[in-house]
Structure formats: C-alpha cells, structure tokens
Design a binder for this molecule. Structure first.
Ligand code: ADP
Ligand code: MG
Length: 353
C-alpha cells in the first residue's frame, strides 16, 4: 500500500472531533509552543469508555506534531504515546490553534521517577506491578537501569527506522505507560522526518541545551536548503547515511543513562555542571572520568562502580553513546545488540517466580 493512500483511507474512517467534544482537566505542562491538559470526552457513553485523555493546544508547530504522530501511529506505534486525533481548531485572532489528543498513558514521566529518592526501585515496582522482596544493591539497580535503557533504545530504534529524529529526548519526554508497563516517548514537537523533508530546516531554538549533542546543526551546513518533498524522498536516505542525524538522540539518551547511574547528575544544576566539565574535557567521557574520579564523592564513586559491573560493559556502552562526533556514536539498533544487554533484566525475575 502506498502510505498516502493509507493515510487518506484512515482520515475518512477516523471519527472527527471538535473543541466541544472534550472537557479540560488539570494542566500537565506548558511550553513556549503549547499547553497540555488532562482531558476527557464531553459525552462519553458508558459502553465506549476511552479513559482519560491528554490534550495539547499547540501553536503553528502543532501541524508538524500532528504529522509526526500520525506517521508514528502507522509505522512504530509502540514507540510513542498512543495518539488519537489531531485537528485545526481555530484560526482566530490568536492564529492557528492545533489540538492534539492522546490516550493518558500514566501519571509519571521518567523525570518524575528519577527525582524520587526511591529511584530506581520505584521503577522496578512499576515495571513488575509489585514490590520485590530482594536485597537492595548495585546489581539490582543496574538491572533496573538496564531495563529502562533497553525500552528507551527500543522506542528510539522504532522512530529512527521510520526516519524520524526526535531531537528533544530527555526524562521529561519519556512517559511510563501504565497499560503496557513500558516507557514510551512523547512530545514530537521538535521532531524531524527526514525521509519526506518535513521540518527539514532545523529549529535549533527548540532544542533543550541540557540534553543537546554538541553539533549545532542536525544536517551538515553544506546540505542544500530544504528541497521540495519529492526530491527529499529521493535524496534523504543518502543524506541520512552521510549525516547520521539519529545520533543526536543517542547522545541525549546517553545523558539519561548517565543521570540514572549518578544521582548527583539528576538535578538541573548537577547536569549543567557536568555539561560544563565535559565540554572542558572536549567531550571525552574517559578524560572526564580521569579528571573527577580521584576527588569524587562516595555518591559519584558508586555510579562508576555500577557502570563497572560485568567487566565495565555499562561504562563501555555509555562511552559509545556520549561522544563528540556523531558518526562515532553507536546507533539505537547497535546499542540494543551491545553486550550490556546480554544479561537478563529485572523482568526475567518476575517470570521466574
Ligand atoms: P511540552 O511541549 O509542554 O513539553 P509534552 O508533550 O512533553 O509537551 O507534554 C507535557 C507533559 O504532559 C509531559 O511532560 C507529561 O507529564 C504529560 N503528558 C504528555 N503526554 C502524555 C500522555 N500521553 N500521557 C500522560 N501524560 C502525558
Ligand atoms: Mg515535553
């Protein structure tokens, strides 16, 4: 099937909605380009309960976000939050206002979970649906973190295989889906679909500097300016190979790995300080380790100890994700095949019982 035929057929059969069909609840977030609310259907027949929803009222970038979500729904549905509908609500004095609706996946983002003193055991409880009666320790923490990384990389591999680069990977944009008990990616507002040239011109100002890779431009500056869609379709697989834009997300995912291993780097100030130190080491993580390990706090030393388990396989993966040069970073697929993931994660524990 042609993708566009499918999209067209889907548009005809999908129910259409308007503003009045939804009741807004608690505000969940507010950024420069939109406001996000918890919501529900206005007239919800008891027989057709859809559960809670999430509604984003977005400015002009909402059109791109709708495109990305519809593409994800067809190509790699499990990678991201379940997208239901997107429509243009008004073009009044405020200009275009796009409404996007998802299923409410759960209360907690990875950021919420990482801010808790219980992390990573709170994640283990959510993944398994029960509290494990096992001794706490580095091994167990490592296997919880390994499971989170596996799920995050799996979701990223789905996006990247579809030709989408997210560009805003951070714990705030990773939601725990209570239904599937997995982590999913949200917030495709800064994403780029290189295969069809959508959002081809990078919007650097959308990027979060705390998690952004050092390269300023997703595509090399020699790349000609945005070609029209058909040309982009023909060219972009080559451009993808040349520029490896997916490695931008890998760098951000590496920083999440780092934050999970080191509690001190979970705060904004801790992460900003780390970024400054890493820059001073020319983005060489091994040099960073050498510079801080001799005078490291017990807390930092524990992080290195965790990454050094099993012959340092975790540290090896981390250093292949957080590298200055995009082309030296491992891909999502490559990372999933890394020996760090050879050991069974915590989910194996629940199946053994
Ligand atoms: P923003 O552009 O404001 O960052 P996001 O799409 O990241 O918009 O959504 C903001 C917040 O709303 C998220 O950090 C998360 O807490 C919550 N949220 C978004 N989508 C969902 C969802 N599908 N299920 C549950 N919570 C969500
Ligand atoms: Mg967000």
């Amino acid at each position: 099937f042609d993708m566009f035929v499918l999209a067209f057929v889907e548009r005809i059969f999908r129910p259409t909605f308007r503003k009045d069909d939804f009741v807004l609840g608690k505000k969940l977030g507010e950024g420069a380009f939109g406001v996000v609310y918890k919501a529900s259907h206005a007239k919800k027949p008891a027989s057709k309960k859809e559960g809670d929803l999430v509604l984003k009222k977005a400015t002009e970038y909402g059109a791109v976000e709708i495109w990305m979500n519809e593409r994800v729904r067809r190509a790699c549905a499990n990678s991201c939050a379940d997208f239901l509908y997107g429509f243009l609500e008004s073009s009044g004095k405020k200009g275009a206002e796009y409404w996007l609706i998802w299923r409410f996946e759960g209360e907690a983002t990875l950021s919420d979970l990482m801010q808790s003193k219980e992390f990573p055991y709170n994640v283990e409880t959510m993944l398994l649906g029960e509290v494990q009666d096992l001794p706490k320790g580095l091994e167990r923490e490592n296997s919880i973190i390994q499971t989170v990384m596996r799920q995050l990389l799996f979701a990223l591999d789905g996006l990247h295989s579809t030709g989408i680069v997210h560009r805003d990977i951070k714990p705030q944009n990773v939601i725990f889906s209570e239904g599937s008990r997995t982590f999913k990616i949200i917030d495709l507002g800064a994403a780029a679909d290189l295969r069809v040239g959508i959002n081809y011109i990078p919007k650097e100002f959308l990027l979060d500097p705390r998690y952004a890779a050092p390269e300023q431009y997703i595509m090399s500056t020699q790349t000609p300016s945005a070609p029209s869609a058909p040309v982009a379709t023909a060219l972009s697989p080559v451009l993808w190979q040349l520029n490896l834009p997916d490695r931008f997300d890998i760098y951000s995912a590496g920083l999440i790995f780092l934050q999970m291993a080191f509690p001190a780097l979970r705060s904004d100030s801790g992460l900003i300080q780390f970024n400054r130190q890493l820059k001073r080491c020319d983005y060489d993580l091994v040099a960073w380790r050498k510079s801080i390990e001799p005078r490291a706090s017990a807390d930092l030393r524990r992080g290195f100890e965790l990454l050094d388990l099993d012959g340092g396989i975790g540290w090896e993966l981390l250093t292949s994700m957080v590298r200055y040069k995009a082309r030296q970073r491992i891909s999502a697929k490559g990372a999933l095949a890394h020996p760090y993931f050879d050991r069974e994660g915590i989910l194996a524990l629940s199946f053994m019982q």
